[in-house]
Each structure stands twice: as structure tokens, then as C-alpha cells.
Design a protein around this ligand. Structure first.
Ligand code: PGA
Length: 251
């Protein structure tokens, strides 16, 4: 399978600048698995520092955890996609469940953010996933299909080259409860089928689909062994150099 393998660390609102610097130094020294592309998603104020640390590391890159849906202007507190590019970002996260839940980001905004990111040369990691009640009531496939369609339907085919997906069941994020390898594989296969319907089979076969939600040094190997799981978007375990390196080296 020629699909890219990716392990990304979403630090969320954690770490001091010193801790962040130390973490990046350790991960770049010990997480060198060349089969895997590695991405750090630090808080905004650390982006430039982290990018300076990985600038000579071919397989490491940096991304923003969010970007504004607007290009520029009087939007106090917002960060433009163009600014992320200027400090060396290659990626941005769009649609993380914490943004949807705590900042009320809706489909319209997520589409605008995605457009803004692409128009400024960023690659997008689009996150989606069902809530616990939705899985319990057997609506998880329907919900995921809706979330994919919300942002991807009508997207120009040429843009899909710069798109990565991250399935993150909300009930597994930060809870210590991981989707089983079977649950992950089942959903990832469904995601790939949905991408084939929205675009083409070839595009679906090429697009990396990451798993996120309490992925850690113990369970990464089993999850990454699934045919349609191409890596992970890691929260808690990306804050510890040893754990994150173990995850990277699980491939
Ligand atoms: P977690 O977070 O690994 O701490 O569950 C994953 C994420 O929110 O991206």
C-alpha cells in the first residue's frame, strides 16, 4: 500500500515554551522512523519556535490547531491562514470536536476555514467523529457521512491532494477509552467508501485517514495495523516524548 503514513501531535492548550522545546528536541532525535510523516500542532505562540527546531528535519512539519475563516481585518484574537504560512506551518486542523463543541464551529465556518487554508497554501487535516449517544443509537455512520459531506462535497478535485482526514470518535477523545481496532477499521473503511462516492476511487485510495481518540504507546500498533488506518492524531500521548516516539515507531 503506497498511502502516506502520518503521526500528528495535537498539543491543544498545553506545555510551557521550555517544555515544548525539550519535547520537540527529543522527538526529532528519537522518532526518526522514515516511513512516517510527523506533524506537531503546538499552540499559536510556539509555532515559530517549533518550526525553527524542525526546519532541517525532512519528515517533520508544523501546523496550526485552528485558523480564521476570514482573510484579515478587525477580528480581535483571530489568526489568519496566511499568518500560519508565514511562521512556517504546512498544515492546519479544521473541525476538531473541541472547536465544534466549545466554539460552536458549524459546517459553514468549517468550509470557509478549509477554503482559506487551501487558498493560502496550507494542507488541511479535517477532523470528524460521532458522539457517544450517536454511536449508542447506531447513527455513527450517518453522522460521519454528514460531517464529511458538510465540508468536502463540491470541493475541487485538485484540492484533495492537500487534504488528510482524522476520524476522532468524541467518546474516545481524552477519555482513555479507545475505539477497538475493529471499530476503527470499520469506520475508516466507511470513510474511504464515502470519499470514493464524493470524488473517485483513486482519490479515496490515496487519502490518508488518521485515527484519533486515546491512541497511545500501548494501542497504536494494533490500530495502525488496520488496513484503512494510516496513522494517528494524538492528543495526551503526544505531550510525552517517549510515548510519542513509541507511537511513531509503531509503524
Ligand atoms: P487524545 O486527543 O489523544 O488525548 O484522546 C486526541 C485529539 O483530540 O486529537
Amino acid at each position: 500500500m503506497s498511502r502516506r503514513k502520518v503521526v500528528a501531535g495535537n498539543w491543544k492548550m498545553n506545555l510551557s515554551l521550555d517544555e515544548a522545546t525539550e519535547l520537540v528536541k527529543q522527538v526529532t532525535a528519537n522518532g526518526k522512523n522514515s516511513a512516517v510523516e510527523k506533524i506537531f500542532f503546538p499552540p499559536f505562540p510556539y509555532l515559530k519556535t517549533v518550526n525553527d527546531l524542525v526546519i532541517d528535519e525532512l519528515e517533520f512539519s508544523v501546523g496550526g490547531q485552528n485558523c480564521s475563516a476570514k482573510a484579515s481585518g478587525a477580528f480581535t484574537g483571530e489568526v489568519a491562514a496566511k499568518m500560519l504560512r508565514e511562521v512556517g506551518c504546512e498544515y492546519v486542523l479544521v473541525g476538531h470536536s473541541e472547536r465544534r463543541q466549545y466554539f460552536n464551529e458549524d459546517a459553514r465556518q468549517l468550509r470557509d476555514k478549509t477554503d482559506m487554508a487551501f487558498n493560502n497554501g496550507l494542507k488541511v487535516v479535517y477532523c470528524f467523529g460521532e458522539q457517544l449517544e450517536e454511536r449508542k443509537s447506531n447513527r455513527h455512520f450517518e453522522v460521519v457521512k454528514q460531517q464529511l459531506g458538510d465540508v468536502l462535497s463540491g470541493m475541487e478535485v485538485s484540492k484533495t491532494r492537500n487534504l488528510l482526514l482524522a476520524y476522532e470518535p468524541v467518546w474516545a477523545i481524552g477519555t482513555g477509552e479507545t475505539a477497538s481496532a475493529e471499530q476503527a477499521q470499520e469506520m475508516h473503511a466507511f470513510v474511504r467508501k464515502t470519499i470514493a462516492e464524493l470524488f473517485t476511487k483513486e482519490i479515496a485510495a490515496e487519502m490518508p485517514v488518521l485515527y484519533g481518540g486515546s491512541c497511545n504507546a500501548q494501542n497504536a500498533k494494533e490500530l495502525f495495523a488496520c488496513a484503512d488506518v494510516d496513522g494517528g492524531l494524538i492528543g495526551g500521548a503526544s505531550l510525552k516524548a517517549n510515548d510519542f516516539c513509541k507511537i511513531i515507531n509503531s509503524f
